[in-house]
Design a protein around this ligand. Structure first.
Ligand code: MG
Length: 159
């Protein structure tokens, strides 16, 4: 059986933080605030995979009250989430991500993000898609207060 899940994440921009998206360090004056590395892209993918397996969410699996995850590399969390759903009888198959932000321009980094996400999921790069768009200046994203990522992931259920 093929099952799909949806993931959403948002983080607030903050000075004095690196900007890490899909495991890639991206040069920009602002990073994202969070307990882990605040990789909004990878967090959305993790929630989509967990959702597809009806296995809870990122906050339950990696609580931000646990010092073990402070400053965590989110690609490592993605790898752990994939191992978790595999232990429950599911194999991640693919993911598709949309990043919504006014700045910076992410076109040059999308392929590297997809390749890194795919690697942690045990997939070939073409099984993962990462896209980016602006919010046309509207709302908190439009004002440059933060960044949003949406993801869909598919897993195969083994009986
Ligand atoms: Mg997050």
């Amino acid at each position: 059986m093929i099952r799909s899940g949806i993931g959403y994440d948002s983080h607030r921009f903050s000075p004095d933080r690196p900007l890490i998206l899909g495991g890639q360090r991206i040069p920009h004056g602002l990073g994202l605030l969070g307990h882990s590395d605040a990789d909004v892209v990878t967090h959305a993918v993790i929630d989509a995979i967990l959702g597809a397996a009806a296995a809870g969410d990122i906050g339950a699996l990696f609580p931000d009250t646990d010092p073990a995850w402070k400053g965590a590399d989110s690609l490592n969390l993605l790898h752990r989430a994939c191992l978790h759903v595999q232990s429950l009888g599911f194999t991640p198959m693919q993911a598709d991500v949309t990043i919504i932000t006014e700045m910076p321009k992410l076109g040059p980094y999308l392929d590297a993000m997809a390749a890194a996400l795919a690697r942690e999921m045990g997939l070939t790069p073409k099984r993962v898609s990462v896209k980016a768009k602006t919010n046309e200046g509207m709302g908190f994203v439009g004002r440059g207060e933060g960044m949003v990522a949406l993801a869909v992931a598919t897993v195969e259920e083994h009986r």
